[in-house]
Design a protein around this ligand. Sequence first.
Ligand code: WT7
Length: 645
Amino acid sequence: MTELFPVPAEFAKQALIDEKTYQEWYARSVNDPDGFWGEHGKRLDWIKPYTKVKEVSYTGDVSINWFADGTLNVAANCLDRHLAKRGDQTAIIWEGDDPNDSKHVTYRELHEQVCRLSNVMTDLGVKKGDRVTIYLPMIVEAAVAMLACARVGAIHSIVFGGFSPDALAGRIQDCDSSLVITADEGLRGGRKVPLKANVDKALETCWSVKNVLVVKRTGGNIHMVTGRDHWYEELTAKAGATHTAVEMNAEDPLFILYTSGSTGKPKGVLHTTGGYLCYASMTHQYVFDYHEGDVYWCTADVGWVTGHSYIVYGPLANGAITLMFEGIPTYPDASRFWQVVDKHKVNIFYTAPTAIRSLMREGEEMVKKTSRSSLRLLGSVGEPINPEAWLWYHRVVGDNRCPIVDTWWQTETGGILITPLPGATALKPGSATRPFFGVKPVMVDAEGKVLEGAVEGNLCLAEPGWPGQMRTIFGDHKRFGETYFSTYPGYYFTGDGARRDEDGYYWITGRVDDVINVSGHRMGTAEVESALVAHPKVAEAAVVGYPHEIKGQGIYAYVTLIQGEEPTEELRKELVAWVRKEIGPIASPDLIQWSPGLPKTRSGKIMRRILRKIAENEFGALGDTSTLADPTVVEDLIENRMNRG
Ligand code: WT7
């Protein structure tokens, strides 16, 4: 029996949404989407109000439009409209990598910084619809850069600072960015990240980039290319401090964010203006039960969608105080998160299961020696949270007092879709519980048959949907339809498996496609494979995920070397370093098994199911292997398996 955690009475007293409201709003959101969203769209400031609300079709040539005839500006919604009421209130609390380094930035200050950068960008020739790549550490300028793009109508594409020059180049080329905004170096856990040097390397193969803006973060020694590279501080100091936000259509693009899929190169997920901001701000308010003046901290990086929606856009649209952390959970020591909570009196704390699991290992004392008495609500995101980690988070971090919102969503969905509402939902450790407003989960079997009641299956989403959904893959609308709407026609297919229990609660079981989730970061097995086979000594490679105690999933690579190459320990290290260079540290294989052969069908298809089982150390249940071209290959793989835990 799963333990049930009812809404604490103390929490219920002040909660924005109770059970009755959840039921009423949810019913209306799916039965009368135009009425429901027509009302909630008004949470934003529109330049020209919309008269249309939902225009969505999941069939045929998939098209998704919300508030399509309205106009607005995202930066004006996140900044200008707050100035009268809370101009001098903190917008961003920035906590540096070094515990002695922090600052508060008010809404007025943030507004001025964004206006200055908007003027700089305009002077550099950036116009509405142009693409701007942001490759920055977790510094205030990252939020400023996003908002300045939104202000001038440029489409930003943030590339996580941990990605390699090659990965950065691919993302710049795919969307033809004309401007890159970066820093001299990043700083994480006391170590420097050579951001500008990486940009220089990437730009050797990118012809679209005309200008590079460089923020001075560490003062490290870097090379500036005359005519192309400019110091951010110099240009913004000279620029005007006011700027009129550009009027954008609700369906004009706001940003592209590249994410991994089961095949091919990373996809440029495209989000637009009105629906995205409405949904990000609404989920931020209700899922986190955000009240005026609360200090809210999401530990993600702005390089991921969580940072977009729940560090910058959602909180700032709500006039919230959002904390931005440059460092890592274990620097200077494993108490850092809780020290920051005490230092800034954080009320709402949102992190990933992988962080919880790694801190669990360091012992309770590291948590207990801090107060954490300001905390009211905890959140989890990025991967399934195992009940053991959930219970530890609840008991040790939250002192049995704070509800936990386990929020399931994706880069594609723009905002949280399945989640508890902390004043309404009784919690079950490990379950993301119930759908947010507008979200209609559907469980289907492998043939696409809709399953009713308590079942396990593939998780799809039916219309009416929610306004924060992605609109297309940048430059490839055909791939958009094929990837998400063709597996189960009429439904958006999430790529996740799930179980629905007798109370209608959802339990996400993980990806059912060739995507793996390593420490909450999404990786396509195909991407790691193509990096491996690009090495001159590798003939063939197959990559699968396997359960990893801290990371959730680890990367397991089967590698076949070309004839005559010796499988040495040295080569193993070389291949790990190679993948880090090709993609980035997050893609490093945890285990590499030398495989003279891979299990293939007679038609040459690699049987990944078998490779997955062996990687999971579950080779007793390999299932049918009779269609293999050479069944002896499997015996060798089992014999020499790398995971015996
Ligand atoms: C995949 C999406 C959503 C922002 C961070 C990741 C997994 C995400 C949960 C959760 C179980 C989760 C899913 C999903 N996932 N949150 N609460 N419980 N699984 O975004 O990189 O687009 O990855 O992360 O498998 O499909 P992303």
